[in-house]
Structure formats: C-alpha cells, structure tokens
Design a binder for this molecule. Structure first.
Ligand code: ZN
Length: 375
C-alpha cells in the first residue's frame, strides 16, 4: 500500500527518471511501428510493380508469402487490408491476377461491378488478355446456354466421325434392315459361302435368341448399325429427344450383345421421310455432332411390299445397280421373318454382280454415304 501511494505521488514530471524511461519506450515502440508499416507498405508495392513489369512465375508464386497473405484469406479481408493501405482496386486486381484467376473473377464480380473501385489502369496487353479471356468465357456460356437440352442426353452416346471418306469404288454393299430374325442365320450362311461381308442395321426390339444372333453376325465379321427399337415413325420422329431415346436403346442392346459400339446407322424409313420433316435438320445435325454416319441406299430391293416375289426383288436390284451413276451400290434389303423371298435372291444377286466385276464389302463409317435428298 505504501509502495502504491509512493508510486502515485512519486509521479512523473519533466526531467524525472520515469519521464525519460517512458520517453525511451515510446520512441522505441514508435520506431518499430513506423518501420514495420513502411516495410510492409513498400514490400507490397514493390511486388505489385514487379508484376506489372513482368514478374516471372517463380516471383509470382512467392508473392503471397511476401504479402503475408495466409492461404484462405477471404477476398473481403484482402480487399479491406489492401485498400486500407492505400491500394487501388486495380492494384489489388493486379495482385490477384498473378496469383489466383478464380479470385479475379470473384473480385471483379464483388468489387468492380458494384461500382466501388475505379476503372483499372491495366496495360493494353493485359486489357486485351482479360478481354480475350472473358470473351471466351462468354462464348462458352452462351453456347452452353443456347445448346438444345437434348445435346446433354446420353453423354456416352458418341462415335468417332471419320476425318475423311474413302474412294467411291466399284463395290456392292448389301444391307439388311430390321433384323435379327428367323432368316438371319440363312443369310449369314450364304454370305459365308461366298466369303462376303455385309451390313445389318438392326432393331433393338428382340429376344435373347436375337441377341445371340447379333453376336454371331458381329463375330462373323459383318457390320452392325443402329436402325430402331420401336420402328414407330410417329413416336421416334416426334422430337430429337424421342429419336435419341429410341436410338440409345438399340445402340445399348447391340453393344451389350456384341461388345461392339455401332458407328453407323440407318434412319427407320430413310433419313428424310414423311414423318420427320419438322425435326430432320436438327436430327441430322445432332447425330452428326455425336459422330455417327448414316446411310440411306441407292438401290432398293423393294422387298418391303407385301409378298414380293423372287423375280420382283431380283430385277429391282439388278436394274437399280445398272441405273446408278456411282460406283458404289448400297443395296437396301430386309431381314425379317416374312421376307423369306429376299433370302432366296441373295445368292443369285451375288453371283450375277460378281460376274459384272463388282466386289462386295460391309459398310464402315469411311464409305462415302448415300443420302436421300431433302425435298
Ligand atoms: Zn426398317
């Protein structure tokens, strides 16, 4: 108590020992505070200047250390801290652009568009770069936003579109739609006998036995393309979405059955038909965007009619080939249970066309496609 009172009354006065003690302490602490402030201030400013004049990546990576900005510092804290030290928005943006591109976007969003900081004083090169980046982002966003929703469907439904198509050679491509069927194995045995490969545009709507046939077709080296699951024109051509639903169904079944991902397809009813005028352009664009190549035909056996005869089918194919101006002959036939007549013509067609100098092959996506012309 005595000490206490003594201290209180033995108080400081100008020139006393206590006065000098306090004065020394004040000077020392003041000096430390001021020098620390200037060290930090000029340290930051130096780093920003260095970046403006083209600091390299190593320098940039050490900047958050020299700025003493701990990882995870919020943009708000950084902004407040730096602006309190007199840095303008463009200085802060500059710092961020060297360290954290994501933070730049956030910063611009939070502080530049809100009208808080002033216009930036970037160099023209930097401005151009920033503009280019934001332009790219805008384009991407716009493209994304404008892309029809069906482009997002079935992200695994893609094929590799060929870089270019091959020559138009004197080749017959026999194609069989709508299988598998009870006739498929007979067709396979004829093809095997003549050592010929053909193409089957298949239906996904089939049985386990049908899937086994699909596998046999693939195993024997023939091409399988997607045709349709429902073959219900009104349903599948109602929209691009509904076409994709049907296509993907068949595509998946063929892939599961054969282990081969189809690259080619044939539109049910042909690529341009009475049911798809409204969706045709979008449909073709979407299937092409996904990398699939579609084939119509330039010779038709016309075996889709009721009870076609051998003579009718045979003559349609032969006359069709003779009237074509192209070398390649893409022949449409059907592989379905009620088209036995078709099966009976296949061997005769092969023999006759081989005599005429044609060779036979299966389609792959590099064969130049034949397309029905939109009317
Ligand atoms: Zn069909």
């Amino acid at each position: 108590m005595t000490v206490c009172i003594g201290e209180r009354f033995d108080s400081m006065y100008f020139g006393s020992v206590k006065f000098f003690k306090r004065l020394i302490l004040a000077v020392v602490f003041g000096w430390i505070a001021v020098s620390t402030f200037f060290a930090v201030f000029f340290g930051i400013k130096y780093n920003i200047e260095k970046k403006k004049t083209g600091g390299d990546a190593v320098a940039a990576s050490s900047d958050s250390a020299s700025l003493n900005v701990p990882d995870g510092t919020s943009l708000e804290d950084l902004y407040l801290a730096m602006s309190a030290k007199g840095y303008s928005a463009e200085d802060i943006l500059d710092f961020l652009s060297q360290n954290d591109e994501i933070a730049v976007d956030k910063f611009v969003e939070q502080y530049m568009n809100g009208g808080q900081p002033a216009e930036t004083e970037q160099t023209s090169a930097e401005t151009a770069e920033t503009e280019a980046v934001s332009e790219t982002k805008t384009t991407e966003t716009t493209a994304d936003a404008d892309a029809p929703s069906y482009t997002k469907l079935y992200p695994d439904l893609y094929a590799e579109y060929p870089k270019e198509f091959g020559e138009d050679t004197k080749t017959v491509y026999l194609t069989f739609d709508d299988g598998p069927s009870d006739n498929t194995l007979m067709i396979l045995s004829i093809l095997k006998k003549h050592n010929i490969k053909a193409t089957f545009f298949m239906s996904g709507s089939t049985t386990e036995k049908g899937k086994a046939i699909m596998k046999q077709v693939a195993d024997e080296g023939h091409a399988i393309g997607v045709h349709s699951y429902s073959h219900d024109y009104e349903k599948i051509y109602e929209s691009v979405d509904s076409y994709l639903d049907d296509f993907y169904n068949t595509y998946s079944i063929i892939y599961d059955a054969t282990g081969v991902k189809p690259q080619i397809f044939r539109f049910a009813g042909g690529s341009y038909n009475d049911f798809n005028h409204d969706v045709y352009d979008d449909l073709v664009a979407e299937m092409t965007r996904r990398g699939f190549v579609y084939y119509d035909w330039n010779v038709s056996a016309q075996d889709a009619v009721v009870d076609p005869t051998w003579t009718y089918i045979y003559n349609n194919v032969m006359n069709g080939v003779k009237s074509n101006s192209t070398n390649r002959q893409i022949v449409l036939m059907h592989d379905s249970a009620d088209k036995y007549a078709t099966v009976t013509t296949v061997e005769d067609i092969i023999i006759e066309l081989e005599k005429d100098g044609y060779s036979f092959d299966k389609l792959d996506n590099t064969v130049p496609p034949t397309h029905i012309v939109k009317y």
